[in-house]
Write a protein that binds this ligand. Structure first.
Ligand code: HEM
Length: 163
Protein backbone atom coordinates (compact mmCIF):
# COMPACT_ATOMS: atom_id res chain seq x y z
CA UNK A 1 0.00 0.00 0.00
CA UNK A 2 3.08 2.19 -0.35
CA UNK A 3 1.63 4.25 -3.16
CA UNK A 4 -1.75 4.66 -1.50
CA UNK A 5 -1.08 8.16 -0.26
CA UNK A 6 0.29 9.21 -3.65
CA UNK A 7 -2.70 7.84 -5.51
CA UNK A 8 -5.21 10.02 -3.78
CA UNK A 9 -6.17 13.06 -5.74
CA UNK A 10 -5.99 16.48 -4.12
CA UNK A 11 -9.79 16.72 -4.01
CA UNK A 12 -10.14 13.32 -2.39
CA UNK A 13 -7.31 13.97 0.06
CA UNK A 14 -8.85 17.29 1.15
CA UNK A 15 -12.27 15.68 1.55
CA UNK A 16 -10.81 12.81 3.55
CA UNK A 17 -8.77 15.21 5.67
CA UNK A 18 -11.90 17.20 6.55
CA UNK A 19 -13.68 14.02 7.58
CA UNK A 20 -10.69 12.90 9.68
CA UNK A 21 -10.43 16.28 11.45
CA UNK A 22 -14.17 16.27 12.01
CA UNK A 23 -14.01 12.87 13.67
CA UNK A 24 -10.75 13.08 15.64
CA UNK A 25 -9.67 16.70 15.55
CA UNK A 26 -5.94 16.38 16.44
CA UNK A 27 -6.42 13.54 18.92
CA UNK A 28 -5.41 9.91 18.32
CA UNK A 29 -7.88 8.05 16.05
CA UNK A 30 -10.35 5.89 18.01
CA UNK A 31 -12.23 2.69 17.00
CA UNK A 32 -15.60 4.47 16.76
CA UNK A 33 -14.30 7.06 14.32
CA UNK A 34 -12.24 4.53 12.35
CA UNK A 35 -15.41 2.56 11.62
CA UNK A 36 -16.98 5.72 10.17
CA UNK A 37 -14.18 6.39 7.69
CA UNK A 38 -15.96 4.94 4.66
CA UNK A 39 -14.15 7.26 2.29
CA UNK A 40 -10.79 5.83 3.39
CA UNK A 41 -12.12 2.29 2.84
CA UNK A 42 -12.95 3.23 -0.76
CA UNK A 43 -9.46 4.64 -1.28
CA UNK A 44 -7.84 1.52 0.24
CA UNK A 45 -9.91 -0.79 -1.97
CA UNK A 46 -9.07 1.14 -5.11
CA UNK A 47 -5.37 1.22 -4.14
CA UNK A 48 -5.40 -2.54 -3.55
CA UNK A 49 -7.21 -3.09 -6.83
CA UNK A 50 -4.66 -1.15 -8.89
CA UNK A 51 -1.58 -2.04 -6.84
CA UNK A 52 -2.23 -5.31 -4.96
CA UNK A 53 0.61 -6.28 -2.62
CA UNK A 54 0.15 -9.96 -3.45
CA UNK A 55 -0.24 -10.21 -7.20
CA UNK A 56 -1.31 -13.84 -7.32
CA UNK A 57 -1.87 -17.01 -5.38
CA UNK A 58 -0.68 -20.55 -6.09
CA UNK A 59 -2.79 -23.62 -5.52
CA UNK A 60 -2.04 -27.34 -5.82
CA UNK A 61 -4.69 -29.68 -7.17
CA UNK A 62 -5.54 -32.40 -4.68
CA UNK A 63 -8.05 -34.53 -6.61
CA UNK A 64 -8.84 -34.34 -10.32
CA UNK A 65 -11.28 -31.53 -10.89
CA UNK A 66 -13.02 -29.84 -13.82
CA UNK A 67 -12.58 -26.09 -14.24
CA UNK A 68 -14.67 -24.78 -17.15
CA UNK A 69 -13.45 -26.74 -20.15
CA UNK A 70 -10.21 -27.77 -18.38
CA UNK A 71 -9.47 -30.89 -16.39
CA UNK A 72 -6.96 -30.24 -13.65
CA UNK A 73 -4.94 -33.30 -12.66
CA UNK A 74 -3.72 -34.09 -9.13
CA UNK A 75 -0.44 -32.43 -8.03
CA UNK A 76 -0.72 -29.72 -10.67
CA UNK A 77 0.32 -26.31 -9.34
CA UNK A 78 -1.49 -23.38 -10.85
CA UNK A 79 -1.28 -19.65 -10.48
CA UNK A 80 -4.27 -17.34 -10.16
CA UNK A 81 -3.34 -13.76 -10.95
CA UNK A 82 -5.44 -11.29 -9.04
CA UNK A 83 -3.36 -8.53 -10.67
CA UNK A 84 -4.77 -9.61 -14.07
CA UNK A 85 -8.32 -9.80 -12.73
CA UNK A 86 -8.02 -6.41 -11.01
CA UNK A 87 -6.95 -4.88 -14.34
CA UNK A 88 -9.46 -6.61 -16.61
CA UNK A 89 -11.57 -4.05 -18.55
CA UNK A 90 -14.32 -6.66 -19.01
CA UNK A 91 -14.79 -6.63 -15.26
CA UNK A 92 -14.02 -2.99 -14.40
CA UNK A 93 -14.96 -1.18 -17.58
CA UNK A 94 -12.90 1.02 -19.87
CA UNK A 95 -11.61 3.23 -17.06
CA UNK A 96 -9.98 0.19 -15.50
CA UNK A 97 -6.54 1.87 -15.14
CA UNK A 98 -7.86 5.07 -13.61
CA UNK A 99 -7.78 5.62 -9.85
CA UNK A 100 -11.49 5.96 -9.17
CA UNK A 101 -12.30 5.09 -5.59
CA UNK A 102 -15.99 5.94 -6.11
CA UNK A 103 -16.32 2.68 -8.00
CA UNK A 104 -16.46 0.93 -4.62
CA UNK A 105 -19.09 3.21 -3.10
CA UNK A 106 -21.98 0.81 -3.77
CA UNK A 107 -20.07 -2.16 -2.37
CA UNK A 108 -17.77 -4.56 -4.16
CA UNK A 109 -20.56 -6.77 -5.53
CA UNK A 110 -22.09 -3.86 -7.47
CA UNK A 111 -18.73 -2.52 -8.62
CA UNK A 112 -17.54 -5.20 -10.99
CA UNK A 113 -19.42 -6.47 -14.06
CA UNK A 114 -20.39 -10.12 -13.78
CA UNK A 115 -19.21 -10.14 -10.20
CA UNK A 116 -18.75 -13.70 -9.00
CA UNK A 117 -16.81 -13.10 -5.83
CA UNK A 118 -13.47 -13.60 -7.53
CA UNK A 119 -12.93 -10.32 -9.34
CA UNK A 120 -11.29 -8.55 -6.43
CA UNK A 121 -9.25 -10.42 -3.85
CA UNK A 122 -6.26 -8.47 -2.56
CA UNK A 123 -6.31 -10.63 0.58
CA UNK A 124 -6.72 -13.97 -1.15
CA UNK A 125 -9.84 -16.04 -1.45
CA UNK A 126 -11.44 -19.11 0.08
CA UNK A 127 -10.33 -20.92 3.23
CA UNK A 128 -6.82 -19.44 3.06
CA UNK A 129 -7.99 -15.83 2.97
CA UNK A 130 -5.60 -13.58 4.88
CA UNK A 131 -6.13 -13.84 8.62
CA UNK A 132 -4.53 -10.43 9.11
CA UNK A 133 -6.92 -8.62 6.76
CA UNK A 134 -8.87 -6.70 9.37
CA UNK A 135 -5.73 -5.83 11.31
CA UNK A 136 -4.00 -4.59 8.14
CA UNK A 137 -7.01 -2.51 7.07
CA UNK A 138 -7.38 -0.95 10.51
CA UNK A 139 -3.66 -0.13 10.64
CA UNK A 140 -3.83 1.59 7.25
CA UNK A 141 -6.87 3.61 8.32
CA UNK A 142 -5.10 4.72 11.50
CA UNK A 143 -1.87 5.57 9.67
CA UNK A 144 -3.63 7.46 6.89
CA UNK A 145 -5.79 9.35 9.38
CA UNK A 146 -2.68 10.41 11.32
CA UNK A 147 -0.93 11.56 8.14
CA UNK A 148 -3.99 13.56 7.09
CA UNK A 149 -4.30 15.13 10.57
CA UNK A 150 -1.01 16.88 9.91
CA UNK A 151 -0.54 19.99 7.86
CA UNK A 152 -2.61 19.69 4.68
CA UNK A 153 -0.27 21.82 2.57
CA UNK A 154 1.76 18.77 1.55
CA UNK A 155 -1.22 16.93 0.07
CA UNK A 156 -0.57 15.57 -3.43
CA UNK A 157 -1.63 17.86 -6.25
CA UNK A 158 -1.64 15.16 -8.95
CA UNK A 159 -4.95 13.93 -10.25
CA UNK A 160 -3.81 10.56 -11.52
CA UNK A 161 -1.83 7.62 -10.12
CA UNK A 162 1.97 7.81 -10.36
CA UNK A 163 2.22 4.84 -12.79
C1 HEM B 1 -2.10 -5.16 3.31
C2 HEM B 1 -1.62 -6.17 4.01
C3 HEM B 1 -1.80 -7.63 3.65
C4 HEM B 1 -2.08 -8.19 2.44
C5 HEM B 1 -2.31 -7.50 1.08
C6 HEM B 1 -2.16 -9.62 2.65
C7 HEM B 1 -2.45 -10.55 1.66
C8 HEM B 1 -2.59 -11.90 1.87
C9 HEM B 1 -2.99 -12.85 0.87
C10 HEM B 1 -3.28 -12.53 -0.61
C11 HEM B 1 -3.03 -14.08 1.45
C12 HEM B 1 -3.46 -15.40 0.78
C13 HEM B 1 -2.26 -16.19 0.33
C14 HEM B 1 -2.73 -17.46 -0.38
O1 HEM B 1 -3.91 -17.73 -0.50
O2 HEM B 1 -1.85 -18.18 -0.87
C15 HEM B 1 -2.66 -13.90 2.84
C16 HEM B 1 -2.59 -14.93 3.77
C17 HEM B 1 -2.21 -14.75 5.06
N1 HEM B 1 -1.96 -13.56 5.69
FE1 HEM B 1 -2.00 -11.73 4.85
N2 HEM B 1 -1.91 -9.89 3.97
C18 HEM B 1 -1.72 -8.70 4.61
C19 HEM B 1 -1.46 -8.52 5.96
C20 HEM B 1 -1.37 -9.53 6.88
C21 HEM B 1 -1.13 -9.34 8.30
C22 HEM B 1 -0.98 -7.96 8.99
C23 HEM B 1 -1.07 -10.58 8.85
C24 HEM B 1 -0.84 -10.99 10.28
C25 HEM B 1 -0.95 -10.22 11.31
C26 HEM B 1 -1.29 -11.55 7.80
C27 HEM B 1 -1.31 -12.92 7.96
C28 HEM B 1 -1.61 -13.83 7.00
C29 HEM B 1 -1.62 -15.28 7.22
C30 HEM B 1 -1.30 -16.01 8.50
C31 HEM B 1 -2.01 -15.85 6.00
C32 HEM B 1 -2.17 -17.35 5.68
C33 HEM B 1 -3.62 -17.76 5.91
C34 HEM B 1 -3.81 -19.24 5.63
O3 HEM B 1 -3.08 -19.81 4.80
O4 HEM B 1 -4.72 -19.83 6.22
N3 HEM B 1 -1.48 -10.87 6.63
N4 HEM B 1 -2.40 -12.57 3.07
Amino acid sequence: MDCLAFSITYRLASETRKKVLNLFSHKNPNPDGISKLKIISLVINESLRLYPLMIGIIRKVDKEVGLGHLILLPNLHFYISNLALHHDPQIWGEVVHKFKSDRFSQGIAKTANDYNGASFFPFGIGPQTCVGMNLALTQVKIALSMILQRDGSSLPSTSSPPF
